[in-house]
Design a protein around this ligand. Structure first.
Ligand code: WTA
Length: 649
């Protein structure tokens, strides 16, 4: 039997104790797609509303009028749902377990303490003149203040835009400019793997960009105490901002469709897009999926290893778990520091029950051998989760056998920044598992597979994955560019949302995501546009032309493979290669560090001048036999040269 055909049935014990067993899944799923209004009207009750909704769903995927509204006349506050409503029942329960980069440092923050910290900082933001609807950029390490800052924005109705700490000054500047942020919140430095990350310095540099015109203040958390430059007219210490502020602050009533946050992500073309997420539907969906997919039970310790700079951190470190009154673990460091056993050590130290991580982390531990986990028992674990990229069956099996001691179901969760919450995933008490498959759709999610001509495919088949109807946590628009939203997601296939992913559906109706079908690559679970990296490269004076593709990488899933045509008269050299690697890191950030640069005297182009990426992808993957039709190339000779000098064999 091949690995892919292996099935891990739901255990009787899990089915008996889980929120949802298979019968219940079938029943609720049918309701959710046959009568979404009634289903979501009921589910909406899990959230505390200041004003009850009377309307539930008002959505259109018609390309002439894309409009998505859920619970549109309801009013609520996201921070209230994460904090205030728990005070009476679990004020003294730990809301956040913070585990430092340094294994000696950790602390527990109760719901009451978190509530007070958030109120105090919310008052501080008000003092700085932040109002409902203003955008606040957050560029922070994984410290509790990051969560406090996000929730404080939500409390006063400001819109947060979190920028991952691995992005460069240019990337920060672009996001500030696009969103017209008034305030930036950062820290002096971050800590990762025993090293310092110069966050404040990056913000300083971003703000030297002449197009940044809206930023009034920079609030700085003292984290490492490292040396930083200070600009008196602009910079404020976090501790000075909160000094003297009250620990009570009313939660602003927000309309369900008021924006909660913007989060930038990469697409096939152009600059990163700021996806706009709103309040009501997002909170309902994040909390519902967190409870059912992770089978979260009162008292569980839950750990999602993502960074708050990504959608996974927003929905499944912060909003989903806190809305459910969970204890959520926030880890400042990296899985390999001080040893590769760290993740297991943290599970033991804090008695983690549910662990949600990325395939790339699993593969990098697997590469160390089975002994890598020998410093811990991980006996507390009862459920594992995977997110961000396809998990290969071998890594799935290892995750199950070694990290989970062969005892924990794995929920492989497929979703996107655009979807706000998990779309396709097993429910651990309901769904038999197949390693490598995200299995079945969550309630209300209607996947379908289309061919490239726009025809819907039936039965067991491969195709392009679309979603046929809206769900509550769907992104509503691209910040400042609704037309681009329509173009990107609703114009490829009429009347449905196009995900950009390829997918296979098997005989049991299980979905297997095969990866992106557009020019987006997924490197260690980080989503990147090849066009973004190309435009960074051609901004370097030595580069005449560049083409970037992903190629299969054992640990990262995909690596970054770059073909560079040098400017007239320049010689290729190792120095230049190193310089270009540095250049991309500086332009975009360390997450975009190129893996391979191949010098390309010419690139394969059609007679109309279009680069044939299909060929470049094959060469990068070292699959030179199956190049397909090259007869339409302007100069077929360039391909032979590229094959001869390919760097990955
Ligand atoms: C990929 C991350 C396979 C997919 C939540 C998607 C996955 C992109 C999975 C979104 C999974 C995410 N299996 N592929 N379980 N989860 N992806 O926006 O290509 O950072 O389109 O959201 O990651 O990445 P994003």
């Amino acid at each position: 039997m091949s690995e892919q055909e292996k099935i891990y049935p739901v255990t009787a014990e899990f089915a008996a104790n889980a929120w949802i067993n298979n019968e219940k899944y079938q029943e609720l799923y049918a309701q959710s797609v046959e009568n979404p209004e009634a289903f979501w009207a009921e589910q909406g009750k899990r959230i505390t509303w200041f004003k009850e909704y009377t309307k539930v769903k008002n959505t259109s995927f018609d390309p002439h009028n894309v409009s998505i509204k859920w619970y549109e006349d309801g009013e609520l506050n996201a921070a209230y749902n994460c904090l205030d409503r728990h005070l009476e029942t679990r004020g003294d329960q730990t809301a956040i377990i913070w585990e430092g980069d340094n294994p000696e440092s950790s602390k527990n923050i109760t719901y009451r303490e978190l509530y007070e910290d958030v109120c105090q900082f919310a008052n501080g933001l008000k003092k700085l003149g932040v109002h409902k609807g203003d955008v606040v950029t957050i560029y922070m390490p994984m410290i509790p203040e990051a969560a406090v800052a996000m929730l404080a924005c939500a409390r006063i109705g400001a819109v947060h835009s979190v920028v991952f700490g691995g992005f460069s000054p240019d990337a920060i500047a672009g996001r500030i400019i696009n969103s017209d942020s008034k305030i930036v919140i950062t820290s002096d430095e971050g800590r990762r793997g025993g090293k310092q990350v110069p966050l404040k310095e990056n913000v300083d540099e971003a703000l030297t960009n002449p197009h940044v015109k809206t930023v009034e203040k920079v609030v700085v958390v003292k984290c490492t105490g490292g040396d930083i430059h200070w600009h008196d007219h602009r910079d404020l210490w976090w501790h000075d901002v909160v000094a003297g502020c009250a620990k009570e602050c009313p939660a602003e009533p927000m309309n369900a469709e008021d924006p909660l946050f913007i989060l930038y992500t990469s697409g096939s073309t152009g600059a990163p897009k700021g996806l706009k997420h709103t309040t009501g539907g997002y909170m309902v969906y994040a909390s519902l999926t967190h409870q059912y997919i992770f089978d979260y039970k009162e008292g569980d310790v839950y750990w999602c290893t993502a960074d708050v700079g990504w959608i996974t951190g927003h929905s499944y470190i912060l909003y989903g778990p806190l809305a459910n009154g969970a204890t959520t673990l926030m880890f400042e460091g990296v899985p390999s520091y001080p040893t590769h056993g760290r993740m297991g050590d943290i599970c033991d130290k804090h008695q983690v029950n549910i662990l949600y991580t990325a395939p790339t982390a699993v593969r990098s531990l697997m590469a160390q051998g089975d002994d890598v986990m020998s410093s811990s028992t991980r006996q507390s674990l009862r459920l594992l989760g995977s997110v961000g990229e396809p998990i290969n069956p071998e890594a799935w099996e290892w995750y199950h056998r070694v990290i989970g001691n062969g005892e924990c179901p794995i929920v492989d969760t497929w979703w996107q920044t655009e979807t706000g919450g998990i779309m396709i995933a097993p429910l651990p008490g309901a769904t038999d598992l197949k390693p490598g498959s995200a299995t079945r759709p969550f309630f209300g999610v209607q996947p379908a597979l289309f061919d490239s001509e726009g025809k819907e495919l039936q039965g067991a088949t491969d195709g392009n994955l679309v979603l046929q109807d809206s769900w509550p946590s769907q992104a509503r628009s691209i910040w400042g560019d609704h037309e681009r939203f329509v173009q990107t997601y609703f114009s490829t296939y009429k009347g449905v949302y196009f995900t950009g992913d390829g997918c296979r559906r098997d005989e049991d109706g299980y979905y297997w995501i095969t990866g992106r079908v557009d020019d987006v690559i997924n490197v260690s679970g980080h989503r990147m546009g090849t066009a973004e990296i190309e435009s960074a490269l051609v901004a370097h004076k030595a580069v005449a032309e560049a083409a970037v593709v992903g190629y299969p990488h054992d640990i990262k899933g995909q690596g970054i493979y770059i073909y560079v045509t040098l400017a007239e008269g320049l010689e290729a050299s190792d120095e230049l290669r190193i310089e270009l690697v540095k250049w991309v890191r500086k332009e975009i950030g360390p997450i975009a560090t190129p893996d391979v640069i191949q010098w390309a005297p010419g690139l394969p182009k059609t007679r109309s001048g279009k680069i044939m990426r299909r060929i470049l992808r094959k060469i990068a993957a070292n699959e030179c036999d199956g190049l397909g039709d090259t007869s339409t190339l302007a100069d077929p000779g360039v391909v032979d040269d590229l094959i001869e000098h390919r760097a990955n064999r």
